[in-house]
Design a protein around this ligand. Structure first.
Ligand code: ZN
Length: 163
């Protein structure tokens, strides 16, 4: 099977809120490994449903080179410092902007087997969770930067708009 294409900015699905997954249907269980493949094919460290045109609350996060699939992730707590760091996104190829994120998050999600798990993540993993959960809420890294920064990168955004 061909690798799923990555949905790019300014596709409208990237600005929409994704739906809760109430039933773990065969289409969800078969989507998960396809999302992992698509993420790997683009050297990503995370991927969310809308990035493969699926408006459902499913994310992949990479930790220690192992991809994990989570459904309906919810941030229960975010704490520690708020740290700015350059971030990229497979839906905004070539663009890197400093995004401020919490150092630690506690997340509740479901596994593909329907088990509810709680995860405490720090540093990069915490950043990936926040980035991917943002996708499920229709928020991109360019929505997380200030007006002036966005103004400065407008030419790069215009370029993405036409490709
Ligand atoms: Zn992204």
């Amino acid at each position: 099977m061909d690798t799923l294409p990555i949905t790019k900015y300014p596709s409208s699905i990237l600005a929409q809120k994704s739906e809760e997954i109430l039933d773990i249907t065969p289409s969800i269980t078969s989507l998960a490994p396809q999302m992992v493949d698509a993420m790997r094919a683009h050297d990503g460290i995370g991927l969310a449903g809308p990035q493969v045109d699926v408006r459902k609350r499913i994310i992949i996060v990479l930790e220690d080179k192992t991809p994990y699939v989570f459904l309906n992730p919810k941030i229960l707590k975010q704490y520690g410092g708020k740290i700015p760091e350059e971030e990229g996104c497979l839906s905004l190829p070539g663009l890197y902007v400093p995004v401020t994120r919490y150092e630690n998050v506690e997340v509740e999600c479901q596994t593909l087997e329907g088990k509810t798990v709680r995860i405490t993540a720090s540093d990069l993993l915490a950043r990936i969770f926040q980035h991917e959960i943002d996708h499920l809420n229709g928020t991109l890294i360019i929505d997380r930067i200030g007006f002036w920064k966005r103004f400065k990168i407008r030419k790069e955004l215009d370029k993405l708009n036409t490709t």
